[in-house]
Design a protein around this ligand. Structure first.
Ligand SMILES: [Zn+2]
Length: 308
């Protein structure tokens, strides 16, 4: 009898060990337009968040990926998104916390059935940063590239090709890069210190979603891009009163509130949360509320927003 019980217990333990772990994230709805946060954090290691990454879903298909910071790929996997459904990748800028999982996504795509080209739109370069095209070429195409062994994804020998496209990040003019009946994708330069950076607008299914990317508000371009957006995602990386380099890179809550109010957005989501703002939510909210009176949500990894 004892040995039978032992066998049963051993069997149960083995069964538990080999049960497939369910996806960590709840599925987004399969109807309408849904915005999903893959990564709600910044570059910090100890924030328990993936770095920046977002998905725009339409009728259960994840069609547009915005940024791919470290950890976003795991969240992408957990989201249930299928790479075959992805129409385009948009990059706000090329800092590590927005781009480092891109090579991992490309490698992972080898094991999918994807067979149509995948455009990647991101900013032009300057003396400090490569352009998006140079970034991808340097990774994959150059003989000295870190991941030259993946050059199939640029030369057409793989199942599909990455198609990098540079979008002007100098000046203050909005640029529409796609407008073909499926959706309209528009970028506008934003000030992120000396780094070429873009905010992105996605018009899809009659809805308008805008992602600020990292920016400090000095160029006053985001409020134009976000005009009457159904959802504005603003990067909330610093508290009020921060000065110096961080303030040259990021906008404080009062600026976020001003932009959201001026643009008259329906809903505001605060992402790119960092340890210096986590725990300060009530104060951030108080400052934002001085200008903006619509719904405000502090983003979490995996969170889905029905865009109404
Ligand atoms: Zn960042």
């Amino acid at each position: 009898m004892t040995s039978l019980i032992e066998k049963l217990i051993t069997g149960l333990l083995l069964a538990v060990m080999f049960i497939r772990v369910a996806p960590a994230l709840p599925p987004c709805t399969d109807k309408g337009i849904v915005f999903q946060v893959l990564g709600s954090g910044g570059p910090e290691i100890n924030d328990q968040r993936a770095s920046t990454g977002y998905l725009v879903w339409q009728d259960g298909r994840a069609r547009i990926l915005i940024d791919m910071g470290p950890g976003s790929l795991l969240r992408y996997e957990s989201s249930g998104a299928r790479l075959d459904d992805l129409d385009v990748i948009l990059l706000t800028h090329l800092h590590v916390d927005h781009s480092a999982d891109l090579p991992a996504l490309v490698k992972g795509s080898f094991f999918t059935g994807r067979d149509r080209d995948l455009p990647v739109y991101g900013p032009t370069g300057n003396a400090l940063m490569p352009s998006t095209g140079a970034f991808i070429d340097t990774l994959f195409a150059s003989p000295d590239g870190a991941f030259h062994y993946l050059d199939d994804f640029l030369n057409g020998d793989a199942g599909y090709r990455l198609i990098p496209r540079d979008v002007e990040a100098d000046g203050t003019e909005a640029v529409t890069v796609v407008d073909d009946g499926r959706f309209r994708l528009t970028a506008i330069p934003v000030h992120h210190g000396p780094i070429p950076a873009l905010a992105w607008r996605v018009d899809i299914g009659g809805k308008r979603i805008v992602v600020s990317g990292d920016m400090n508000g000095d160029m006053h371009t985001l409020e134009k891009l976000a005009d009457h957006a159904d959802l504005l995602v603003a990067h909330h990386a610093i508290p009020e009163g921060m000065q110096g380099v961080a303030r040259n890179l990021h906008m404080p809550p009062s600026i976020i509130g001003t932009i959201a109010a001026r643009a008259n957005v329906q809903q505001l989501v605060l992402s790119h949360r960092m340890l210096r703002t986590i725990g300060q939510e009530q104060e951030s909210l108080r400052l934002i509320r001085k200008q903006y009176h619509g719904p405000v949500v502090f983003a979490e990894d995996g969170q889905c927003f029905d865009v109404q």
